[in-house]
Design a protein around this ligand. Structure first.
Ligand SMILES: Cc1cc2nc3c(=O)[nH]c(=O)nc-3n(C[C@H](O)[C@H](O)[C@H](O)COP(=O)(O)OP(=O)(O)OC[C@H]3O[C@@H](n4cnc5c(N)ncnc54)[C@H](O)[C@@H]3O)c2cc1C
Length: 414
């Protein structure tokens, strides 16, 4: 096999894996990164712990992508979750599986993941050029010729792998230039939207509950009449509204709905396992135990303490009232609030605050067997810049690693 000159642009997980794979196959590989460090977003991932993959089987795994997951079948055949685990374990990194099959390094530090990747780049003699931004791509007769860097330098190459990421958390370097340039070359870029994103609410009470996490609650998003989506999980109150694992997971559907200028509200069912009758019975029992007890004390057995005064404010009940003073109507009101604490959704947080970009290089323009552009020979795409996005749980990083590996391999072998 002839040694080819391969340039990889983007030193995130996808570009690093592409560079490693091409270098393992004895190619002459140069990795170009605009920052002075590799993997800035990777370091932030999983709240600094890096949920690098998920050990679900292929079908469940693909089902966690918002759409287009099927595109990944070929990449996953070549390099999937167990291959990724092996890659790190063979290089001495211990990994652990947590709830919902999420995999993390035992150190709980994403820097451990980056450190293995950096060592592997060095071992395989990948040339790394830092502080260099891709500005343009040279193409002749629909074939890759090279790139122009921000310093005005031309770097010639036979294969180019673009792995410049999406447009969220732009301060990490993923600010969308790769997408712009791909568009100039004729690739369709599907609408960029925030994925895995929190929401701002009309009501201000979430601010009083800031940092309070509710577990095992049910969220029912609707337009006031028709249900959009509903599920059970965790909710986090923030100073602007709501976030947390469940909100992020369901956010894609809600963003699409809001985009169509439709109204959206969410009802929080604080006791999904109990019917209204059961909650009413429980309140009555508590009230009967001590009729002089204050309502704020009695609710301690049913709500997080931090939530009680806000809950009573919403119910318009004086928290110092004794339970004997609570009217039937007030009790009914409390029961209703337990089952449906309502918030009107104003908007999602801006795309820069989303964990993932929805949309990107249209998959119609990319061959899933090789990651090569269908428009320009020798140009490959990998990672978040592709129109692929998934739920939280390690799915997005696996997609970045798998598509990077496949792009590196096909750029070397084809
Ligand atoms: C806060 C946060 C937490 C996350 N946690 C997880 C998690 O735990 N598990 C999970 O699976 N996913 C997680 N994700 C998503 C995951 O981090 C991304 O999907 C992944 O980093 C994408 O990898 P990538 O290599 O495609 O792009 P990126 O990681 O964005 O890397 C792109 C690189 O390209 C460089 N670049 C961009 N433009 C240019 C240019 N013009 N010239 C040169 N270089 C350029 C950038 O500087 C950057 O280094 C998280 C995301 C965020 C924001």
């Amino acid at each position: 096999m002839n040694t080819k000159k391969i340039v990889v642009v983007g030193g995130g997980p996808s570009g690093i894996m592409a560079a490693i794979r091409a270098a393992q196959l004895n190619q002459d590989v140069t990795l170009i990164e605009k920052n002075s460090l590799l993997g800035t977003k990777l370091l932030l991932s999983g709240k600094g712990r890096c949920n690098l993959t998920n050990t679900s089987g292929p079908e469940l795994f693909l089902a966690r992508f918002s759409k287009n997951g099927q595109f990944l079948r070929d990449a996953f055949k070549i390099f999937f979750n167990l291959d990724l685990l092996k890659f790190f374990q063979e290089r001495g990194l211990k990994l652990k599986s947590e709830r919902q099959k999420r995999v993390f390094p035992v150190t709980d530090k994403s820097s451990s993941i980056l450190s293995v990747l950096k060592k592997e780049l060095i071992k395989n003699k990948v040339k790394i050029i830092y502080k260099t931004t891709l500005k343009d791509i040279f193409v002749q007769n629909r074939k890759i010729k090279g790139i122009l860097s921000g310093h005005g330098t031309t770097i010639l190459c036979e294969r180019l792998i673009l792995a410049t990421g999406g447009v969220t958390y732009a301060f990490t370097g993923s600010s969308g230039e790769g997408l712009e340039i791909s568009k100039r070359l004729g690739h369709k870029i599907t609408g960029l939207k925030p994925g895995l994103v929190p929401f701002e609410t009309r009501q201000k009470y979430p601010k009083n509950l800031k940092n309070l996490m509710l577990k095992n609650i049910q969220l029912k998003f609707s337009d006031g009449q028709r249900q959009i989506v509903s599920d059970i999980g965790e909710l986090l109150f923030t100073d602007f509204g709501i976030s947390g694992a469940l909100v992020l997971s369901l956010s894609g559907r809600i963003v699409d709905w809001l985009d169509e200028d439709k109204q959206v509200c969410v009802e929080i069912d604080l006791k999904p396992a109990l019917s209204k009758e059961q909650i009413n019975g429980r309140l009555l029992r508590e009230f009967n135990q001590d009729s002089r007890a204050k309502i704020k004390k009695v609710l301690k057995s049913m709500l997080p303490i931090a939530m009680i005064s806000t809950f009573l404010e919403i119910a318009k009940i004086d928290s110092n009232k004794s339970v004997s003073q609570i009217t039937q109507l007030e009790r009914r009101n409390l029961v209703s609030l337990f089952k449906a604490l309502r918030l009107d959704i104003l908007r999602s947080r801006p795309i820069d605050q989303a964990m993932i970009t929805r949309g990107g290089v249209s998959l119609k323009d990319v061959n899933p067997r090789t990651m090569e552009s269908r428009l320009i020979k020798g140009l490959y795409f990998s990672g978040e810049m592709l129109d692929l996005d998934a739920d939280t749980g390690g799915f997005n990083l696996q997609a970045a690693f798998s598509t990077g590996y496949l792009a590196g391999e096909s750029a070397s072998l084809n």
